[in-house]
Every structure is written in structure tokens, then in C-alpha cells.
Design a protein around this ligand. Structure first.
Ligand code: NOJ
Length: 544
């Protein structure tokens, strides 16, 4: 096995994960959409990065309303992505390269096309089939208002109404995401048994671990009480205390069940949580010894370019998770977030989220530079790290024309939120124009922009100063210090400086001036760094 985790029994504690968004990684069958065959053919890229595991977005049967997070059969592969046999071959192929495989466990909701949901609609109010979901009568005259004031993460009410089998306007069902993603009710033993069976189905096939999607949502407060939301309220779970559908205390019962399934195997199968809470202490509860093994630090992927903010978050996370002896899994981005090279532009900071327009070329250069420095920070922190595909190439958000946006968030917010497609554009592999080796089809499911020729994997493999070369070097060096703790060193305001053991110090310059550097440079985010670290740059040095 490779990077940080190696043969360690608890390999996930220091692992580097590579997050593949399957639709956009590589297309093996020429339809313009990434798939399992494409990933298998290009597993060498993941291997050559030196990471420990590949984490793959949902490949299950799905109408693809939310890119595969709306699942109609959890135990089969969607034809868009391939076949079950191809998934088996991918798992074997990854193992043969020393890579572990982590897949998504989407257990908060199904698709409205799932047989459970269809049966629930067909069997009417009060039926056993409806108890697998949250079906409730509406309020007000004609029961025409939703059962409570809960909001969806994708905008608007979290309730939609069904038409009953006799054609009358019927009950409402809960969906914390798109209307096509009804929430399942984890108090139902059929739901619990169903997801236990799904976990075993994949773990028995050789999958090494699971990402637990929307883990904070798996339990709702009894009685489904109002919380005081208005229809236009925004979904900001990091600010909610006592929310009846997010981070409720009973969520931990569900997670303990998942853990008991993972623990039923001879070798550990880590569960990585997608979690958002209002406090570090509540966050830590999810990774207690009998719950999830680790969790993504999503807040790290939202940090501004600010030394104080980074340091506070690192300290907070290490203290909270240290108290329960769980490792964090740091991340700079994902298929849900803005790409770091865009997030760190001045334009993004000034527009508070990148509302309109785009950064100019000079600003993008700054963003890219900072993103690579942030990658050295990410890979230097204690715990695990997750790299989202394309970060290792320095890719930025790609603006998508309104007519081509596929993310349901755009539609459901009436265009107020442009959604996440900008971070999901198909990867550039080689060549000078679209499809940049991604597919044999000139049309890709989201268009790639011109100007990516220098950002392809092939171009960066040929350049020893590229972002890709820096990532590879850092992941290799990381092996030498993974077992050590973090000690902060004295540094001027705006400079992050800490050591990991005797032989490695990480220095990140977030100021506008050069910063003096002492020691032998092991790797840096800018070429030619020796005794002085330019603004927006990071280096790892051996101080001895
Ligand atoms: C989190 C996933 O990362 C995101 O892409 C998805 O839309 C929601 N969960 C709903 O499954």
C-alpha cells in the first residue's frame, strides 16, 4: 500500500484519499459521461499520485436528478456508469495497484423511483409501505399546506405532495434535498435492515470503506415540530442549535448500527462521515469509538485565505477530535464546493461567494498559487486528507451557461444559487482542445472551456514544476512524518508555521511580503524557493 496509511491496520487515520466524481473523471464508452471503465483505464493516475484510496461518488441505479445521489437501486450499477461486473473489476484493479476503494452510502434518502417509494405512493395513506418514509397530512384548508416549516438544502419547503391512487391531492412527504429524493425514516426496522443489507452487499464485494452521505440527517425529532423557518430561509446547519431534522441526538443510534455492520468484518472498513454541526463538540460525537471512524472537515473547504481562520479551525478540530481519539479528514474542496483555486481569488472574497462575474486572469493566477500552497497545508496536517479530482491540476471553477446547468440546485432556487456544476467539469487529460482526452466524443456532459491545454495531466506530467508534480512530491514526503503530532512555531501574523516531528516544518505565507525561511526545502508550492517564501506560497523544510 502507498502514501500515509500503508499497511497500518488503522490506515484511514493518516490516509490520503482521492475523490473521484465519476461523471467527470474519464469516459470509457464514448458517450461523453465519465464511467467505471474510464476510471479503471485511468487508475494509474490515482496510483501515481501516491494516495491510499480512491473514493468514488455514487454509481448506483438512479434517474440522475442529483447526479446519482437519488438512488433507485443501491445494489446495482447504473447503465450510464457501467455494470456490476465492471464495478467488481474496478475494485480488483484498484486492489491490484495497492489502492483501497471507498464508495458512497446514501442512507438519508432514496429516489422517488425506488420500489419502496413507488409502493408507498401506490398503497395509500396509513399503509405499512408509507412508514419507510415521512408521509404526513398537510395543514390548513384542504390540507394544502406542508405539514411543518422545514426547509430543503436545495431551497424552498422540504415537503412535496403526492397524488393518491384515486387521483385526489394526497399526503405530503419529506425531502431534505430535491423533491425526487424522499427521506427515509430510520425508526422503521425495514429501513434499518435494508441499509444493513446494502452495506453488506458492497463490503462483501470487496469495498474497503464507505462515505456516509448526509450523516447528520439520519434522524428526525419525534413529532416533526416546526423550527421557525420561513420558506426563503437558507440551509445553514452550522448555525442551528436544536434543529429537529439536523444533528438530532438520535442520529447516533443509526450511526452505531452502521458501525456495528462495518465491525462485523475481520479487517476494519472505515466509515467517513459527511457531517455539519453547530459546534466542534457535537461534531466530535459522530466519531466516538462506536460511531464513524473519521469525518470530513468540510469547513476547511470553505475557509477564506486567512491565517488566523485556518489556525483557529485546525486547533479547534484537533482538540475536539483528539478528545475522542478520532482522526479528521481534511479537504480543500469536493464536488459540492467551489474549487480552492477560485475560492482563494480576491474576486471570490469580495463577492462573498462568487455571486456574479468572474475573476480576471491575474486574480486566477493568485488563486491557483494560493490553492497549491493550501494543498501543502492540507497534506501537512495530522489526520487524513482528501483530494478532489482536479485539485492536483490546479483547476478552477468553470462558469456554465444557464441552459447547460444540470445541478437541481439551480432550478430549485429559481437560479439564485447556480449550483455545483462549475466544480464538476470533466477532467482534462491530454491534448489542446475539448474533450482533452476525457472522451472519444467531442461532446462532454458539461462543456470544457478552451485554454486547458496547460492543465491536462499529460502536460503537467511533462513539467517538473507543475501542480501535479508538487502534489506527487508532497504525498511521497508525507510518509516520513505521518505518525507525528503538530507543534506550532512562533511566526509573524499571517504566517502559519508548525512542525511535524524533528525533520519537517510546514510554513505557509498568507501575507503580502516575502517571509524568511530556514532549513532545507523538501517541497514548495513555487519554483526556486530557498531562503525566502514569497506571498501566497508554502514550503516544507527540514530545519536540522
Ligand atoms: C451530499 C452530496 O455530497 C451531495 O452532492 C448531494 O447532493 C447531497 N448529499 C444529497 O445526497
Amino acid at each position: 500500500m502507498t502514501a500515509g496509511g500503508g499497511h497500518e491496520p488503522e490506515w484511514w487515520r493518516n490516509a490520503v484519499l482521492y475523490h473521484v466524481y465519476l461523471r467527470s473523471y474519464a469516459d470509457g464508452d464514448g458517450d461523453g459521461v465519465g464511467d467505471i471503465r474510464g476510471l479503471r483505464e485511468r487508475l494509474g493516475h490515482v496510483h501515481d499520485l501516491g494516495v491510499d484510496a480512491v473514493m468514488i461518488s455514487p454509481w448506483f441505479r438512479s434517474p440522475m436528478v442529483d447526479g446519482g445521489y437519488d438512488i433507485s437501486d443501491h445494489c446495482d450499477v447504473d447503465p450510464l456508469f457501467g455494470t456490476l461486473a465492471e464495478a467488481d473489476a474496478l475494485i480488483d484493479g484498484a486492489h491490484a495497484l495497492g489502492l483501497r476503494v471507498i464508495i458512497d452510502l446514501v442512507a438519508n434518502h432514496t429516489s422517488t423511483d425506488h420500489p419502496w417509494f413507488r409502493a408507498a405512493v401506490a398503497n395509500g395513506a396509513g399503509s405499512r409501505q408509507r412508514q419507510r418514509y415521512y408521509f404526513r397530512d398537510g395543514r390548513g384548508p384542504e390540507r394544502a399546506d406542508p405539514p411543518n416549516d422545514w426547509i430543503s438544502a436545495f431551497g424552498g419547503s422540504a415537503w412535496s405532495r403526492v397524488t393518491e391512487p384515486d387521483g385526489s391531492p394526497g399526503q405530503w412527504y419529506l425531502h431534505l434535498f430535491a423533491p425526487e429524493q424522499p427521506d427515509v425514516d430510520w425508526t422503521s426496522s425495514e429501513v434499518r435492515d435494508g441499509f444493513v443489507a446494502i452495506m453488506r452487499f458492497w463490503l462483501d464485494r470487496g469495498v474497503d470503506g464507505m462515505r456516509v452521505d448526509a450523516a447528520s440527517a439520519l434522524a428526525k425529532a419525534p413529532g416533526l415540530p416546526d423550527f421557525g423557518f420561513r420558506p426563503e430561509s437558507l440551509f445553514t446547519p452550522e448555525t442551528w442549535d436544536g434543529c429537529p431534522f439536523w444533528d438530532t441526538d438520535r442520529v447516533h443510534e443509526a450511526l452505531r448500527l452502521l458501525r456495528s455492520v462495518a465491525d462485523g468484518y475481520q479487517v476494519p472498513h472505515p466509515l467517513v462521515g459527511e457531517i455539519a454541526t453547530s459546534s466542534p463538540r457535537r461534531f466530535a460525537d459522530y466519531v466516538r469509538p462506536d460511531e464513524l471512524h473519521t469525518a470530513f472537515i468540510i469547513r476547511f473547504a470553505k475557509q477564506p485565505w486567512d491565517a488566523t481562520a485556518f489556525r483557529q479551525l485546525v486547533d479547534e478540530v484537533l482538540a475536539a477530535l483528539g478528545a475522542v481519539d478520532a482522526p479528521p479528514t481534511w479537504m480543500l474542496g469536493s464536488h459540492d464546493e467551489h474549487r480552492p483555486a477560485t475560492r482563494f481569488t480576491s474576486w471570490f472574497a469580495s463577492e462573498a461567494g462568487g455571486g456574479s462575474g468572474t475573476p480576471d486572469a491575474a486574480d486566477i493566477e493568485v488563486g491557483r498559487r494560493r490553492a497549491l500552497a493550501a494543498a501543502l497545508l492540507l497534506l501537512a496536517l495530522p489526520g487524513a486528507a482528501c483530494i478532489y479530482q482536479g485539485e492536483e491540476l490546479g483547476l478552477t471553477d468553470i462558469p456554465i451557461d444557464d441552459r447547460l446547468i444540470q445541478d437541481p440546485v439551480f432550478r430549485l432556487t429559481g437560479g439564485r444559487d447556480r449550483g455545483r456544476d462549475s466544480a464538476r467539469v470533466p477532467l482534462p487529460w491530454s491534448g489542446r482542445c475539448q474533450p482533452y482526452g476525457f472522451s472519444t466524443s467531442p461532446q462532454t456532459w458539461l462543456p470544457q472551456p478552451p485554454g486547458l491545454a496547460d492543465f491536462t495531466v499529460a502536460a503537467q506530467e511533462a513539467d517538473s514544476d507543475s501542480a501535479l508534480a508538487t502534489y506527487r512530491a508532497a504525498i511521497e514526503i508525507r510518509r516520513s512524518f505521518v505518525g507525528t503530532g503538530l507543534t506550532w512555531r512562533t511566526a509573524p501574523d499571517g504566517v502559519l508555521h508548525f512542525s511535524r516531528g524533528e525533520a519537517m516544518e510546514c510554513v505557509v505565507n498568507l501575507t503580502q511580503q516575502a517571509h524568511a525561511l530556514h532549513g532545507r526545502v523538501l517541497v514548495s508550492s513555487d519554483r526556486g524557493v530557498h531562503s525566502s517564501l514569497p506571498p501566497g506560497t508554502a514550503a516544507w523544510v527540514d530545519p536540522r
